[in-house]
Design a protein around this ligand. Structure first.
Ligand code: GLN
Length: 537
């Protein structure tokens, strides 16, 4: 049975108690369940901070900057949505305070509110609601799941929660609220405490929002009596108090909440009769999650060498992409992080089946990466260099094979004698740091009879970019004479996109970010080839 969409339904996910409870996973899981039931869904992430976007934030503090096809530098949750839904998401789906206020202030300057005193309510809240509704309308969605970042009680998220509250009033039963909270146990067998959830729901009610569901994080499944108690204090029926206990992987969460009757209850609240039983979709998803959950003694060991190694979230998409590739060939991928600034003996890299250098910026740690790229080349260790890892691999080759004195990137050394990597010409007059890199998806053309062609089985691919520097074309002929080939380019041959060393077991550098295109069950091709090569002893 198919439900015919007449109007988008909204699910608003808010967070309580503390950060890091997995609002993103709850949001993605709800979206996945609806998608598996044959509905057209998407997700929005609200970030109440004052940055315009995530582009200028430090990945070690805030996690990776996720780049969308249309060039958005987004919060990493957008990446989780894309991976769960296997669907591209536009930058308009990451709404920040700065974007909302900029629009309101610009409109005020244009005279659009002439005569009015411009205020948070209604002008800012209207702008928020318009942004959400525009996405729903433009994309003709059945469901839009909106995750509001931060924790209830934060000052900065108040205008957003107020806008969501108003939408409930305006749209009635087209809106459902899910509040994510925590039921801690002080020891493994201890009682599950309900007070933090009680207080958090109370705080939400104080600003006029009554949650329809509570998604309660806990270590062990929420006991019936705990659900009853939470229900009593929060006006949420016990069956709508969902246990979100620890799972082996995030991919188990959709099933976990489904089995608690979430979908039936959700559809009842929306007044939807009959549920699509899309078993074919479920089977496909289950096959993917089974593959992702397998563990194998015989894992592939990858060294990730870079600067931002203290927070694994700094490269969350790279981690996922490696796992997707491993799952495809039935291998677990074990990733060790190595700080490029503190490697004393490069021999440690010989303990690994492959070396990956992800994207990065700036001088610190760059010499260590250049040495790493050189060591992997000399010792025939499979190497995948992404963006910075591509640029520095070229520099390593320039220094050690072409013997070019003082070969470097002008990002690292402004007056390098041999600027193998240099600023994009159109970047020369750019002064702003925010949103000014070469961003988003571009076509990449692959040359015939190259490894790149074998890897991608295609002569044209579309990949996402985020960089300011590129290979200096002056050096290409010399590289190619000496065994390093630039096997793909873009913008009518203006910029180099892939490098490879055909005589090596696997040596690939890519100017783009392949990690943003990798999805569970659909590993990105360069990652797959890299992990395959690494798994061959
Ligand atoms: N810092 C390099 C550049 O701006 C590489 C960027 C990256 O790795 N994302 O070109």
């Amino acid at each position: 049975m198919f439900y015919i969409n007449v109007q988008t339904k909204f699910i608003f996910v808010t967070g309580g108690v503390m950060s890091g409870l997995g609002k993103g996973v709850t949001t993605s899981s709800i979206a996945k369940l609806l998608q598996l039931s044959d509905h057209k869904v998407s997700c929005v992430k609200i970030d109440p901070y004052l940055n315009y976007d995530a582009g200028t934030m430090n990945p070690v503090a805030h996690g990776e900057v996720f780049v969308t096809d249309d060039g958005g530098e987004c919060d990493m949750d957008i990446g989780n949505y894309e991976r769960f839904l296997n669907q591209n998401i536009l930058k308009s789906h990451n709404i920040t305070t700065a974007q909302v206020y900029s629009s309101v202030i610009e409109a005020e300057r244009r005279g659009e509110y002439l005569g009015a005193c411009v205020q948070i309510i209604p002008h800012v809240t209207d702008e928020i609601k318009n942004r959400i509704r525009n996405i729903a309308r433009d994309e003709e969605l059945d469901f839009l799941i909106v995750e509001c970042g931060g924790t209830v009680g934060d000052i900065e998220s108040l205008p957003f929660l107020e806008a969501l509250r108003q939408m409930k009033v305006e749209e009635g039963n087209q809106v459902v609220f899910v509040h994510v909270t925590l039921a801690p146990s002080l020891d493994v067998v201890g009682e599950q405490k309900t007070k933090p959830t009680q207080h958090s729901a109370q705080e939400l009610r104080r600003i006029g929002i009554q949650p329809d569901f509570l998604a309660v994080r806990c270590t062990l499944p929420l006991e019936e009596k705990t659900k009853q108690k939470i229900a009593m204090f929060t006006n949420v029926t016990p069956k709508d108090v969902l246990s979100c206990h620890d799972a082996k992987s995030i991919f188990e969460v959709p099933q976990m909440i489904y089995e608690q009757g979430f979908m039936d209850s959700l559809f009842t609240k929306f007044g939807i009769v009959g549920m699509v039983n899309a078993s074919a979709n479920w089977d496909k998803w289950n096959k993917i999650t089974e593959k992702m959950n397998q563990s194998d003694e015989n894992h592939v060991k990858i060294a990730m060498v870079g600067k931002y190694v203290t927070l694994t979230d700094s490269y969350v998409s790279v981690n996922h992409a490696l796992k997707h590739a491993g799952a495809e060939i039935g291998k677990d991928v074990k990733i060790d992080w190595i700080d490029s600034e503190s490697i004393e003996d490069y021999k440690i890299l010989s303990n690994y089946d492959g070396v990956l250098v992800p994207g990065g910026f700036g001088t610190r740690g760059s010499e260590g990466i250049i040495e790493t790229a050189n060591y992997a080349r000399e010792k025939n260790i499979p190497y995948l260099g992404i963006c910075f890892g591509f640029q520095l691999a070229a520099i390593a080759f320039g220094r050690n094979v072409l013997k070019l004195e003082d070969a470097n990137s002008t990002e690292i050394k402004n007056d390098a004698k041999n600027p193998i990597v240099d600023l994009l010409p159109e970047q020369k007059d750019v002064l702003d740091m925010g949103g000014s890199l070469r961003l988003g998806a571009n076509d990449v053309l692959i040359k015939e009879n190259t490894n790149a062609e074998k890897i991608y089985h295609s002569s044209k691919i579309s990949k996402r970019h985020r960089h300011r520097y590129e290979i200096n074309k002056q050096y290409i002929a010399e590289f190619e004479k000496n065994g390093l080939i630039f096997s793909a380019d873009s913008d009518s041959g203006k910029r180099m996109e892939i490098l490879e060393i055909p005589s090596h077991k696997f040596y690939l550098g890519v100017q783009y970010h392949p990690e943003f295109n990798s999805r569970p069950g659909y590993p990105e091709e360069s990652f797959l080839s890299f992990v395959k090569a690494a798994s061959q002893k």
